[in-house]
Design a protein around this ligand. Structure first.
Ligand code: NAD
Length: 371
């Protein structure tokens, strides 16, 4: 069976869904791998590397006769329509991508959304949200460190002592914990807050201080947070404000599945930060944790620099691609037996990621959104 790896068309996407290193895992399982020419270039992988690893290169589209298609961004209705019935697409696929989901249903394509990998131990190696959040948390801190007109570490020199930077991380899930670890490695003093009960110990285990607010925790299902009421949200913003204004760097990563990102910091609070402070809002694309953050833009807010994240994992394309490709390979190998791929909807992981199959929309939330 043929696994096609496409060239990403979105201008801000630098990742690729398969790396040469991992081609052997698929060919070893009896699958053929065809990569569109130039697909790996933004992530610094040449066609020659893929060929040497056992893939073949398609000069035009690799979609003809593809049984499985790997991509980072969803293929889009036109490319879905070019697939044969029964083909499988594996990519990020937000459930509000109505046109793509409708096209997959109508073409009889099985569309998998890697956002939907269940958070169970058996699926950890396939969890693309986790692998990409790790990259985002790391990169957010480097962005801040580079823009901060101060040192991160404590420096004791003959010319005097420089205190460490004060970093505040809001949201301590996968991205937030990685941000804490990265800021600590750079020598900053770190504090962090999250609404989930388990977060306090996780924050402390990384050598950061947990910010205790006099508010109840908000644990939802599946290890995720619950949405706040507006009253609680305002209380939280007010209680967090002094921690924000006392920090040199603020990194925000808070999210609630299926909702716009919670607003954690008002613009007036950012305005009260010290001149030269840096805020990196990873959640800018999903509504923003910081009022006024714009994806992909860096704006001056009363002397502080507010950076809105846009496709942050793509800014570390080599390793983001390596981890993402590994997630996809592990998912596909779960369905592969002696060179044959079959969709077993009795498997919790396969059923979880399956959005469309055999002419129907299987995911109930996607069905509701289609109306
Ligand atoms: P996420 O991206 O949905 O959210 C990021 C963080 O924002 C979460 O920690 C959430 O609690 C926090 N948050 C939400 N609202 C907030 C608010 N108002 N104020 C402050 N923080 C707020 O979550 P995630 O990073 O994908 O993961 C969340 C949890 O799931 C973590 O505990 C993680 O360890 C766990 N997890 C488990 C598995 C697994 O078991 N396979 C895999 C990945 C993650």
């Amino acid at each position: 069976m043929k696994v096609a790896v496409v060239r990403e068309l979105w201008e801000h996407e630098r990742r690729v869904a398969m790396v040469p290193d991992l081609v052997g895992k698929l060919t070893g399982a009896g699958l053929d791998v065809v990569v569109e020419s130039g697909a790996g270039e933004p992530a610094l992988h040449s066609d020659e590397e893929y060929t040497a690893a056992g893939a073949s290169i398609a000069q035009g589209s690799a979609l003809d006769d593809a049984d499985i298609v790997f991509s980072v961004q969803p293929l889009g209705p036109d490319r879905i329509a070019a697939l044969k019935p029964g083909a499988i697409t594996v990519s990020f696929l937000p459930l509000d991508e109505r046109e793509t989901i409708r096209a997959a249903r109508d073409a009889g394509v099985t569309a998998f959304s890697v956002e939907l990998v269940p958070r169970i131990s058996r699926a950890q190696s396939m969890d693309a949200l986790t692998s990409q959040a790790l990259v985002a948390g790391y990169h957010a801190v480097l962005t801040a460190a580079e823009r901060l007109p101060r040192f991160f570490p404590l420096s004791m020199t003959a010319a005097g002592t420089i205190p460490p930077a004060e970093v505040l991380v809001l949201g301590a899930g996968v991205a937030g914990l990685q941000a804490i670890a990265t800021a600590r490695r750079l020598g900053a003093r770190v504090q962090a807050y999250d609404v989930r009960a388990a977060a306090a110990d996780e924050i402390r285990s990384l050598g950061a201080r947990f910010v205790e607010l006099d508010l109840p925790t908000l644990d939802g299902t599946g290890g995720y947070a619950r949405e706040m009421t507006e009253e609680r949200a305002q209380q939280q913003r007010d209680l967090l404000a002094p921690y924000v204004t006392g920090s040199d760097v603020l990194i925000t990563t808070a999210a609630v599945p299926g909702r716009t990102a919670p607003l954690l910091v008002e613009r007036s609070t950012v305005e009260r930060m010290k001149p030269g402070s840096v805020v990196v809002d990873i959640a800018a694309e999903t509504g923003g944790n910081v009022e006024g953050s714009i994806p992909g833009e860096e704006i001056n807010v009363g002397g502080a620099l507010l950076c809105g994240g846009r496709n942050v994992p793509s800014q570390v394309p080599v390793h983001a691609s390596r981890l993402y490709a590994s997630n996809l390979v592990n998912l596909l190998l779960l369905m592969t037996h002696e060179g044959d791929v079959s969709v077993d909807l009795d498997d919790e992981i396969i059923a979880g990621v399956c959005v469309t199959h055999d002419g129907t929309v299987r995911n109930s939330h996607a069905r509701e959104l289609l109306g």
